[in-house]
Design a binder for this molecule. Structure first.
Ligand code: SF4
Ligand code: SF4
Length: 337
């Protein structure tokens, strides 16, 4: 760790912890810890806030009424950046990226540039969206599907994500399995993402993966490759829900008390850069939600010559407690063994 981080007050105020709880910036300063970029190998692309769901935990407050989506022009600028950036992985997210009419062009443009393309799907938009042949297209391009599947309980899933979502998700998983996705030893990768339904941290990832694998197989005959668990980040709609249900302070205290400095080395902002639907750069999707831009100022993807330099300070805030609690959480699930 060779760079100290100076935090502007307005950034630390972006996601304030409750009174009496130390801010993440103060904690880092007092402990002499820093958070800077490593080798940025992943280009994360947020195609917009339009979504067919309006989940209770959504940090971006995405939903059917949102109109912010990536334009065809920005898609071309992203493809050009991927050529300059020499990234290994493209990680496409939203909102529901399936609802963006330029998704196929984006994947086609990225395919020659990167080794691995991932699409984060809520599962319902995958089969209900306007682009009906998406599944076959994903299969042809060997796109890795990262699918939200928070719980094995239908009622819990539907209360978090909307009525009927659990059953629709099972239907999509069936179609993915039928195409060859999620089979052991196959080359069509299907990974599930689970996040808690309330104001608590997720269980240990290995145990949860075993349980999901066993239950999905025995109850519905379904398979997948890996399960990632995430802690919910207290931003957006989830923060509002915590506040309204009287859980905000206790949840924040829990995150702070579980702070694990060992997780800092694996947080996703160290090795990926997030680009918004407008083509603006952020250290991660949570900073995008808070509008804390990469480098502390608005930078458009067209102005970048390559990936962010190693050692660039990361814009931190109190929401970073959610990535560094317990075993820590990144885009690939738990960080520490
Ligand atoms: S959490 Fe995902 S599926 Fe749910 S509203 Fe947000 S973007 Fe859509
Ligand atoms: S929220 Fe997580 S990924 Fe984003 S800057 Fe903080 S530690 Fe990094």
């Amino acid at each position: 760790m060779d760079h100290s981080i100076r935090q502007p007050e307005e950034i630390l105020a972006g996601s304030p912890v409750a009174a009496g709880i130390k801010s993440f910036g103060e904690l880092m300063t007092e402990t002499g810890l820093t958070l800077v970029r490593g080798d940025t190998t992943t280009l994360q692309i947020n195609m917009g806030l339009l979504c067919n769901q309006a989940c209770r935990h959504c940090h971006l407050e995405a939903g059917p009424q949102r109109r912010e989506i990536m334009s065809a022009g920005t898609v071309e600028e992203l493809i050009a950046y991927s050529r300059r950036g020499n990234f290994l992985t493209a990680d496409i997210t939203g909102g529901a990226p399936e609802l963006n009419p330029h998704l196929i062009r984006l994947i086609d443009g990225l395919a020659p540039q990167v080794k691995r393309i991932m699409v984060r799907s809520n599962l319902t938009a995958l089969t209900d969206g306007p682009q009906t042949s998406l599944l076959e297209f994903f299969k042809e391009r060997r796109v890795v599907v990262i699918a939200s599947f928070p719980s094995l309980q239908p009622a819990q899933t539907d209360s978090q994500r909307g009525s009927g979502v659990f059953q629709n998700s099972l239907d999509s998983l069936r179609r993915l399995n039928a195409l060859g996705y999620g089979r052991e030893g196959g080359d069509l990768e299907l990974n599930l993402v689970s996040n808690p339904g309330g104001a608590f941290l997720p269980p240990a990832q290995e145990e949860a993966e075993k349980r999901f694998r066993r239950e999905l197989k025995t109850r519905w005959g379904l398979s997948f490759n890996h399960l990632y668990v995430f802690a919910n980040v207290p931003l957006g709609r989830y923060r509002n829900w915590l506040d309204q249900s009287g859980n905000l302070e206790s949840y924040q205290q829990k995150l702070v008390s579980c702070f694990n400095p060992a997780a800092l080395g694996g947080v996703m902002c160290r090795y990926q850069i997030s680009v918004s639907w407008e083509g603006l750069l952020y250290d991660c999707d949570f900073n995008l939600a808070l509008d804390l831009p990469y480098g502390g100022r608005k930078v458009h993807v067209s102005a970048m010559d390559g990936p962010p330099p190693i050692g660039t300070p990361i814009q931190i805030g109190d929401h970073c407690y959610a990535c560094t609690a317990g075993r820590g959480f990144s885009c690939g699930g738990a960080i520490c063994a």
